[in-house]
Every structure is written in structure tokens, then in C-alpha cells.
Ligand binder design. Structure first.
Ligand SMILES: [Zn+2]
Length: 326
């Protein structure tokens, strides 16, 4: 999740551009999806304010996932995974995401007095689908590469496609053997530095490694591996997806937020890429996601940081180090 622009009806616009005004195949699934998207957005329009207020309200406890407890960051709802939460099984899973047509059917089936939690759940699905659509128009080739295809690529090919497994961020400082510090600027979440630091240390302190936070509000220019500069923390829109932008060195947190999602986004600041694969099944007009529930960089909802993340970081840092000495 590295890019985000506010869009409305983007799917419709892109399909209109792709098919042209004189398109005749008006019952192909892309066209049906575009129409469903417009109706879904129309459903939400009069309720958007109420849904967004619900999503960011500290009393939003109905949708809290199991094995989590309520907490907050700057008064916004934070769900913290309990230590007793069962570990996710290892291995890869493949699942269909909802289509616009399925979302529309679910909205139509909602009784008029349905609780806001139910509306919010569907709203979050719609925002996520919109982001997938936007990214697919930006980088259509990426949506043809599934996990098997990616694993068959050489490192050079992955770099060329913009899919490197690791990219130095200039925000990760090695302070000793298995000791690291990540440079962050707390921005609007300044009063919650201690809580953020404890989540980072807890999730990333695995396999004998330790990660602490170096807080600085100074936007020091990054100078490759030798100099460090923070990533700033910002608030993303309610119900959006949290994401990191390397371009403007920002961590954007959407509420309600899981503490594991915060830890996943910090993983990007360390330099790690996402390890899930969203492909587009054009016959069925829907996205298919392959993910590994035990891996924090693959599934932020259920995963944990692993020894292999740190081993990848150390291997890659050594590789970039050697390259910069050439
Ligand atoms: Zn991510």
C-alpha cells in the first residue's frame, strides 16, 4: 500500500476511457461493475458523515475483532491484539475479494434501521476496492503477476517491475548486533509516542532482535545509508487503508486502527515490501488475493514479525552497502 489519491467513481471513469463512448458490449462484466460502483457510491453518499463519525468514534466497539482489546491513539479507536491471541497457521491462502456487484447486493439487503457498524463494514470494503481499482489502472501489469510468477522473477526483474523485496529507507539505523532504531516523527500523534514505541518494540522484538524508535521532528535530508531521516506519521481518512508513502516519507494511519497494522506500516519504514499478491481475474471481474496469515508483511490482521524479516533486512543492507562501496 504505497499510493493513495482520493477518487470517486474512478472505476467508471477508467472503464469509460478504456471502452470509449461507443462501446457496444454493455453487458460485459467490467461495464456491470462500473454501474454497480456508481450505485454503491450513491447508497453511501447521504450516510458518509455518519459512517465516518462512527469509524473514528471511541465508542465504536461493535466491530472490534476477536482477541483484541479497545485502546486509543489521540482519542481515535485502536484495537490491540491480546498476547493470548492464537497464532495464525503458516502457509498461503487464496481468496476472492468482493466485487462491486456483491457490495451492491449486500447494501440492498441491509434493513433501513441497520446499525452503523454494518454500514461501516461495507463502506470499508468499498474504499478498499476503489484503491485496488486505482492501483490497477496505474500499474496493470502488476495485477497479472501472482505469487508463483513473482517467485520465478530474478532480483533484477523484480527491481525493474518496481517489486523489490527491500529498499533502504534511510530511516533504519543499526546501533549494534541485532539492535536497530527506526527514525519517526510523531506529528499529530505526538502525545502518544510512548504507546507507539511500545507497539513497535513488541511486534519487532523477535528472534533476538530489538527495534526502538528515534523520535525527531526534524526533516533531515536523507543521504543514502549513511544519513538518517524520519518518516512522519499522519492520519488517513476514516475507513481508508493505512499506507506508507516513500515519496513524501509518510506513514498514514486510518482509524479504527489495529496495533498490528501500525507494526506492518513500520515494516515498510524499515524497508520491507508487502508480501501479499492481488491479481485481477478478468473473466470474473474480481480481485484474488494470496496471503500468508502468519506473516506480518503479508497479513497485517493476523501476522507477526518473523526471523526471516530481520534476516532479509540484514542481507539486503549488506548488499546495498557493498554496492555503495563499488
Ligand atoms: Zn503494506
Amino acid at each position: 500500500m504505497t499510493t493513495l489519491r482520493k477518487t470517486l467513481g474512478l472505476y467508471s471513469l477508467a472503464i469509460a476511457a478504456l471502452t470509449g463512448a461507443n462501446a457496444r458490449a454493455d453487458d460485459d462484466c467490467e461495464t456491470l461493475e462500473a454501474r454497480a460502483e456508481r450505485r454503491v457510491n450513491a447508497f453511501f453518499k447521504p450516510r458518509t458523515d455518519a459512517i465516518q463519525t462512527h469509524l473514528t468514534s471511541s465508542s465504536n466497539v461493535e466491530s472490534r475483532p476477536p482477541h483484541h482489546r479497545n485502546s486509543h491513539l489521540r482519542g481515535l479507536p485502536l484495537w490491540e491484539r491480546e498476547a493470548s491471541s492464537p497464532a495464525a497457521p503458516d502457509g498461503w491462502v487464496r481468496e476472492d475479494k468482493w466485487s462491486w456487484r456483491e457490495l451492491e447486493a449486500a447494501l440492498k439487503a441491509l434493513p433501513p434501521g441497520a446499525p452503523l457498524a454494518r454500514w461501516s463494514e461495507l463502506y470499508v470494503k468499498a474504499r478498499s476496492l476503489e484503491l485496488d481499482d486505482e492501483d490497477r489502472y496505474d500499474r496493470p501489469g502488476i495485477y497479472a503477476i501472482d505469487r508463483a510468477a513473482r517467485d520465478a522473477l530474478s532480483r533484477e526483474e523484480r527491481d525493474e517491475l518496481g517489486l523489490p523485496p527491500f529498499e533502504p529507507s534511510g530511516a533504519l539505523e543499526r546501533t549494534g548486533p541485532r539492535r536497530y532504531r527506526v527514525w519517526l516523527a510523531a506529528g499529530e500523534l505526538g502525545s502518544d509516542r510512548a504507546k507507539i514505541q511500545s507497539i513497535v518494540a513488541r511486534y519487532w522484538g523477535v528472534a533476538g532482535y530489538a527495534l526502538s524508535v528515534r523520535w525527531t521532528e526534524d526533516a533531515i535530508a536523507a543521504t543514502g545509508l549513511e544519513g538518517f531521516a524520519p518518516y512522519g506519521i499522519f492520519l488517513a481518512g476514516p475507513g481508508e487503508r493505512s499506507y506508507v508513502s516513500d515519496g513524501d516519507r509518510s506513514v498514514n494511519l486510518a482509524f479504527p486502527l489495529r496495533d498490528s497494522t501500525l507494526a506492518h506500516e513500520v515494516g515498510h519504514v524499515l524497508g520491507l515490501a508487502d508480501n501479499y499478491h492481488t491479481t485481477w481475474d478478468e473473466k470474473r471481474c474480481r480481485y484474488v488475493v494470496e496471503s500468508r496469515p502468519s506473516d506480518l508483511m503479508s497479513s497485517s490482521k493476523t501476522g507477526v514479525a518473523l526471523r526471516e524479516h530481520w534476516e532479509l533486512i540484514e542481507r539486503e543492507l549488506a548488499r546495498f552497502d557493498a554496492k555503495s562501496r563499488d
